[in-house]
Design a protein around this ligand. Structure first.
Ligand code: SF4
Length: 227
């Protein structure tokens, strides 16, 4: 029998869960995920710029596992014809720095629309997050559907809320393409994107907070010709 210390076992379990293939290979320099592009473009820069990649937390893992139940969740649902699950969509952009790809997977792609599932805590007084719409809209736009549906499921009670939207090319270009362009340019110039997050809480929970502060100072000095 191999004797393993309890603390060692705890670390092993945590590490096994964190290192399964959820997102470790997602971060190539020239490939951006739609789900990251709804957030701060500076984070997309740090993730690809030699910084430590944040490990998935329990919320991310349960959210991903829950998606395996999507075929069951939509069973016999009206208005869902020929559903396909986890369908990849992508677009390539070429500019002065080369070519990069924006990619993602819609939860459900059917003849009528794209469906995006969110497994979270539904707070009665809180409006649904804008980034859910940006993400679903991007899948619908790239997968040539005129509509999308966001299904929010409360992780404790299974209360379900449904939100609908019409595909909006301008929003895709402004939010998704805009953030990808900022991160791509930063990676090619080594100057951090000039634009930060849409939501203040992103900085509060950001894995790159300290790095971001010192890079800001570094860039300012570089741009002033002091480095
Ligand atoms: S600290 Fe804030 S601005 Fe900096 S990378 Fe994180 S979210 Fe973006």
């Amino acid at each position: 029998m191999i004797l393993v210390d309890k603390e060692e076992k705890k670390l092993m379990i945590k590490s096994n869960l964190q290192n399964h293939d959820l997102q470790l290979h997602r971060y190539q320099k020239d490939k951006f995920g739609i789900s990251e592009l709804v957030f701060c473009p500076k984070k997309s820069f740090f993730i690809r710029n030699g910084s430590d990649i944040p490990k998935p937390n329990g919320k991310m893992i349960t959210g991903t596992l829950f998606h395996e139940l999507n075929p069951i969740a939509i069973k016999d649902l009206p208005g869902v014809t020929n559903p396909l699950f986890e369908q990849e969509c992508k677009t390539e952009i070429t500019d002065e720095y080369g070519t990069y790809t924006i990619t993602g997977h819609s939860d459900v792609l059917c003849d009528e629309k794209v469906m995006e599932f969110k497994f979270t805590k539904i707070w009665k007084r809180k409006p649904i997050a804008d980034y859910y719409f940006y993400q679903a809209n991007a899948y619908a736009f790239l997968q040539d559907r005129n509509e999308y549906e966001i299904i929010v499921i409360d992780k404790d009670t299974l209360q379900v809320e449904i939100f609908n939207g019409e595909t909006n090319q301008k929003q895709f270009e402004e939010v998704i393409l805009g953030n990808a362009r900022l991160a791509w340019e930063a990676l090619n110039t080594d100057i951090m994107p000039p634009v930060g997050p849409m939501y203040e809480w992103e900085c509060k929970y950001c894995d790159f907070f300290e790095e971001c502060k010192s890079k800001k100072t570094h860039d300012a000095m570089k741009q002033a010709g002091l480095l």
